[in-house]
Structures are given as C-alpha cells and as structure tokens.
Ligand binder design. Structure first.
Ligand code: CP3
Length: 342
C-alpha cells in the first residue's frame, strides 16, 4: 500500500522533504479524552495493550485528532520482560510493578526461553492499524533498549536512580551481560516481527541511558543498541537515548538512520558531534506545551530554525506529559507544519 504522507520516512532516509514532519513521543495516551474513554471501559492498561482492535483504535486517535505525520503503535516496552517470564502490573498513578525481579543467576536461569510468538497480540494490533490507517501516515513500531529493559527487570518498578540495576553491573557484570544478551536477541526478533506485520519504521527507547557513566554506558548500553541497529535493515531505525550526551559520537557510528535528542542536548553541538549523515529528531522541552500559543509557536520556530529544513523530524525531547492540553499539542504541530524555512 503506497503511503499518502511519507515525509517522516523520507526525512529518516535523508531524502528531500518539502516540510519538516512531526509526531510526539507518547502521543497515544492520557492527553486525549478519547483515549481515557476507551481505557476507562476496561479492567486496566494491560487489557488495552492486549486487545488488538482497541490498541489499533487508540493508536489512530492522535492521527485523527492531532494531525501528526506518523502513528506509533500503542503498546509498552514492558511486554518484553513479560514474554521472558516476568509479568508486570501497571499500578494506577504509580506505574509499572513486577512481582518477580532478577537478583541472581538462578533468576536468570529461571527465565523462559521466550519467543516472539508470545507477542502475537502486538503484531495483530499492527496489522489492524495498518489496515485502518489505509496509507494515511506511516506506522512506527518500537521497543525498549536492552539497558532500559534491564533496569525494570532488576529494579521491579520505576526509580529515580535505578540503583539496584546499577549495582548489579558492578557486582555481577557477567550475569548482567548474559541478561542483556537475552533481551537483545528477543528485541531483534520482536522488531522484525513488528516490521513483518507492517511497521514502516522503528524506534528504540533508551530512557535510562543517562544514569550510567560513559564507560558503563558503552559496556552495557551502546554495545547492545548497536547490535540491534545492525540487525534491522528492513526499515529506518531511530535511537533515542535520553541523557546520553557523552555517547552521541558513539551513537552516530551506529547503523541507525535517526538519532533522537532530548531537550537538554544543544542542537548545534549535537549536529557538529553527529555530522551530516544522520537525521535528528526532537527536541522541544515538553514543558513548553504548558505555555500560551504565542510562546509555543516562538519556541517551536526557534527549534526548527536551529535544526534546518532537512534531516529533521520534529518532536519533543521526551514523551508528552499526561496533563498537557491537546489544544497546545495541536498548536505545536501546526507551528511545525506551517513554518517556512528562510
Ligand atoms: O504514544 C506512544 O508513544 C505509544 C505508547 C507507549 C506507551 N509506553 C504507552 C503507555 C510507548 C512508546 C511507551 C514506552 C515506554 N514505556 C517507555 C519509553 C519511553 C519513555 O517515556 O521514556 C517506558 C520507560 C515505559 C514504561 C512505562 N509505561 C512507565 C514508566 C509507565 C508509567 C508512567 C507513565 O508514563 O504513565 C508506563 C505506562 C504507560 N505506557 C501508559 C501509556 C499510555 C499510561 C498507562 C495508563 O494509561 O494508565
């Protein structure tokens, strides 16, 4: 099926675009009352993730309501630990919680020899979404980076420091590598499964990249993200490693098309570190969307001007915050779409 709007794919591949494409990380979800209505009729978040027709419905909502240039499949990075034998719960107002975590070799040995067949509900949701999008915009697939998944598998819940996860890197480095390797292999199969089901591009979220020092991030982080990039050749791949300032050069050497920048990363500095052969994605501070329309337009235009007219995919520097007014999100999207580069 030919796409009516393939701006984001062209931008990712470094081809000419007539305007900058735009989408938002975490666009499908709590900012939309239409999402909250679907979600409210169910037993919880997981039922939504695991019911392909409904996952497809909330995936498409931001395309219809906000006018973004891409959809991102509604799911969560935590389906991977679950497939490996560590089920999660999404606790209201708190976030993810795992009853069982990884503390020792015995825990790693107990993990299931997972296969992507366990994640068929995600592939089904992708197929339905593609059918219902009917070529309007591309569909983005995603997975968590191995280090970020490791964080949840060891810590068992969200944390500011993930000190249990970081502790394991020092106390059991071999065990850590063994676990990261398992996660990486399943993630590669998972992304390939998403692509086979219809994902037009994929993104790897390394949300906790920034809590490791550079040497450790090289050893336990980029090594595995790089392996994923090498394995995915079918569609463009984006690496978003939040807080990984020191690793930007390293990430630039990976076989990825696009690199996501968080809002603390200077655009000019990132451009000079990364060079002209990658597309950059980002990086407006999500808090800008709490300001009035004039300020949102001003900050968006400043950002677009710094990135330039090509090799840029406009986005926020991290996921949109749940209490953001959708009108302000629309203002951001319109500000990107109507901007004329000088
Ligand atoms: O629009 C989209 O981006 C698609 C859906 C998506 C979700 N999670 C849905 C979700 C994506 C891409 C994710 C990725 C994800 N999940 C990440 C990486 C990106 C990031 O934000 O850094 C991480 C770290 C997670 C793990 C996770 N899932 C946490 C920590 C939480 C609780 C905090 C929070 O943000 O709500 C979730 C829950 C979650 N994932 C919700 C949604 C819509 C909220 C659950 C609800 O509806 O009650």
């Amino acid at each position: 099926m030919a796409l009516e709007n393939d701006l984001i794919l062209r931008a990712a591949r470094g081809e000419q675009v007539e305007r900058t494409p735009v989408w938002l990380m975490r666009q499908a979800g709590r900012i939309l009352k239409e999402y909250r209505e679907v979600r409210g009729s169910l037993s919880g978040f997981k039922e939504l993730v695991e019911t392909p027709e409904l996952a497809a419905e909330v995936t498409i909502q931001p395309v219809d309501i906000l006018g973004v240039d891409a959809a991102i499949i509604f799911s969560d990075i935590l389906v991977i630990p679950e497939a490996m034998g560590l089920p999660y719960q999404m606790v209201e107002k708190k976030g993810p919680w795992f009853e069982n975590t990884i503390k020792s070799q015995a825990d790693v040995d107990k993990l299931r020899d997972a296969s992507v067949d366990d994640l068929g509900y995600v592939f089904e949701a992708i197929k339905i979404t593609k059918r219902e999008l009917n070529g309007r915009v591309p569909l983005i697939g995603f997975a968590g980076a191995p280090w970020t998944i490791f964080c949840y598998m060891v810590e068992g819940e969200g944390s500011k420091t993930f000190s249990k996860a970081r502790r394991l890197l020092y106390t059991h480095p071999e065990l850590s590598h063994q676990l990261l390797d398992k996660i990486t292999n399943l993630t590669i199969d998972y992304l390939k499964g998403q692509i086979k089901a219809g994902a037009d591009m994929v993104q790897v979220f390394d949300s906790w990249a920034g809590i490791l020092d550079y040497k450790q991030y090289r050893e336990f982080g980029t090594k595995y993200v790089s392996k994923i990039c090498k394995a995915i050749k079918e569609v463009p791949i984006t690496v978003f490693a939040k807080g990984a300032y020191q690793a930007r050069k390293e990430i630039a050497s990976m076989e990825c098309n696009t690199i996501g920048l968080d809002w603390n990363m200077s655009i000019q500095q990132s451009k000079s570190i990364i060079g002209p052969n990658k597309t950059l994605q980002g990086n407006l501070d999500p808090c800008v969307l709490y300001a009035d329309f004039k300020r949102i337009e001003l900050e968006t235009h400043k950002m677009l001007n710094s990135f330039g007219s090509q090799r840029h995919i406009a986005n926020l520097g991290h996921g949109v915050y749940p209490d953001t007014n959708p009108d302000n999100v629309r203002c951001f999207i319109e500000a990107v779409k109507s901007y004329q580069h000088k």
